[in-house]
Design a protein around this ligand. Structure first.
Ligand SMILES: Cc1cc2nc3c(=O)[nH]c(=O)nc-3n(C[C@H](O)[C@H](O)[C@H](O)COP(=O)(O)OP(=O)(O)OC[C@H]3O[C@@H](n4cnc5c(N)ncnc54)[C@H](O)[C@@H]3O)c2cc1C
Length: 406
């Protein structure tokens, strides 16, 4: 965006609602609208505005070709479907003599340099991390934009959606998170303003009850409201004042997991969505009616296993689940119930407020043993409940929410 502003006299900011809300449930949709409202407000301060089109981005650009567009700046998503769409835009730009400028901005590490370190499709996280840490190339955080060029009128007015109308169309749902860069930055500063959070992160990150147990950066990261660079920079500033320890390092370590899955997704393309994954590991199919019944019990939190049910109820009521919860419910669905892991991943895609294609499908395939690591990740749910919720605080909270006092 900063490059586009520096290089242009007139500029049109467009997002495609159709592209953004594909398979998106109500929590993420609400978070998305809040984020667009925030972005629009920021643009307004520069007498600019955000156009929200109800057609796909390639269709939009095609329709706008006659409007004397010279350049298109686009953030290139690394996942398969978005890559296909990006290639369509590339083709169109070539045939219309439009100059296309694209960046892959979602990772902490600089994409092109780091991708070279991802040696092969099966590279496991530990090998990736060691290589990256030896030769860390971070993406450089752009300066804050000081000036934005004026806007020009698009030719295709009938394809625009009104933000206020979108807001009124969406019935609000309760979540702990509010979308937008401003809210994301507020949360980031709030998190680091209590030194005990980051200094104890490694010990608390598996907690399931307290909001500050883990950073909760993921919803804003998933939409690009805050960048991993901004988090890294804030973390480094924090360490200068409060010192570094294993916990502060571990926040960086987890951000590398996020990057890892993005390279994994970019390299393995649509293979990451297949049942046998990149391992081509055959799995038995359950009869469809049984699979459907088990999946329904899992989704509705009625499996009869309290620890699993509580997590699934939290997800359906808030759009959130802790990492510990995600690992357990995924392992349970795949290894206990023997349901196709992709049905679970698709449900997460719809429900999670922080849904991120690479992290979601990457973690699911990892747990199913069809990702880069062939080992099945089988969690002993009873032991996990004992270790992470010994007083049943978490289970009581969410089972009570679903069925009145227990
Ligand atoms: C089955 C399953 C599905 C998942 N789906 C998603 C998803 O759709 N979107 C998503 O952002 N994360 C997903 N994760 C990863 C992880 O659960 C969340 O990133 C984390 O719980 C978010 O909470 P936090 O921000 O407090 O994380 P923290 O523990 O505070 O970690 C800091 C940041 O590191 C990154 N991170 C941490 N753990 C992971 C991980 N295992 N994989 C990738 N990045 C990680 C996240 O960006 C996170 O915000 C999934 C994990 C599992 C097991």
């Amino acid at each position: 965006m900063s490059q586009a502003c520096e290089e242009s006299d007139e500029i049109l900011f467009v997002v495609s609602w159709r592209d953004l809300v594909r398979r998106t449930g109500h929590f993420r949709q609400q978070f998305l609208i809040e984020s667009l409202v925030d972005l629009n407000l920021q643009l307004k301060a520069f007498s600019q505005k955000l156009y929200i089109t109800n057609i796909t981005l390639p269709e939009f650009i095609l329709n706008e070709v006659n409007n004397n567009i010279q350049k298109v700046y686009i953030e290139e998503d690394v996942n398969f479907e978005e890559q296909i769409q990006f290639q369509a835009i590339q083709k169109m730009a070539r045939s219309s003599a439009i100059h296309l400028i694209s960046t892959k901005d979602s990772t902490l590490t600089e994409f092109e340099a780091t991708f070279k370190l991802f040696e092969n499709r099966n590279m496991i996280f530990t090998d990736f991390r060691k290589k990256v840490e030896k030769k860390l190339t971070l993406r450089v955080l752009k300066n804050k934009i000081e000036k934005i060029p004026k806007y020009f009128e698009p030719v295709q007015k009938e394809f625009f959606l009104d933000l206020k109308e979108l807001q009124s169309r969406n019935s609000p749902h309760w979540t702990c998170f509010q979308g937008g860069e401003n809210q994301g930055l507020k949360h980031l500063n709030e998190y680091f303003s209590h030194p005990e959070n980051a200094l104890n992160y490694k010990n608390t990150r598996n907690g399931m009850v307290r909001f500050a147990d883990s950073t909760k950066f993921s919803p804003w990261l998933s939409l690009g409201c805050i960048s991993p660079q901004k988090i890294y920079e804030t973390l480094k500033d924090f360490e200068k004042v409060h010192g570094e320890n294993e916990s502060t390092y571990w926040i960086f370590f987890e951000l590398l997991w996020r990057d890892y899955f993005k390279y994994y997704s970019f390299l393995n393309k649509n293979k990451i969505f297949t049942r046998s994954g990149i391992q081509n590991k055959a799995k038995n199919n359950l009869p469809k009616n049984i699979e459907f019944k088990l999946l329904k019990q899992w989704k509705t939190g009625t499996t009869g296993i309290d620890f699993i049910d509580a997590n699934m109820i939290e997800l359906s009521q808030t759009g959130w689940m802790s990492n510990r919860g995600r690992q357990n419910v995924a392992s349970f669905l795949v290894h206990q119930l023997k349901v196709d892991w992709r049905l679970g991943a698709a449900y997460f895609e719809e429900m999670l407020i922080d849904y991120d294609c690479a992290s979601n499908w990457g973690n699911w395939s990892y747990l199913a043993g069809v990702g880069t690591d062939r080992r099945d990740r089988i969690f002993n749910v009873e032991k996990q409940a004992q270790d992470y919720d010994p007083k049943k605080e978490y289970v009581k909270k969410w089972l009570r929410q679903s069925s009145g006092p227990i």
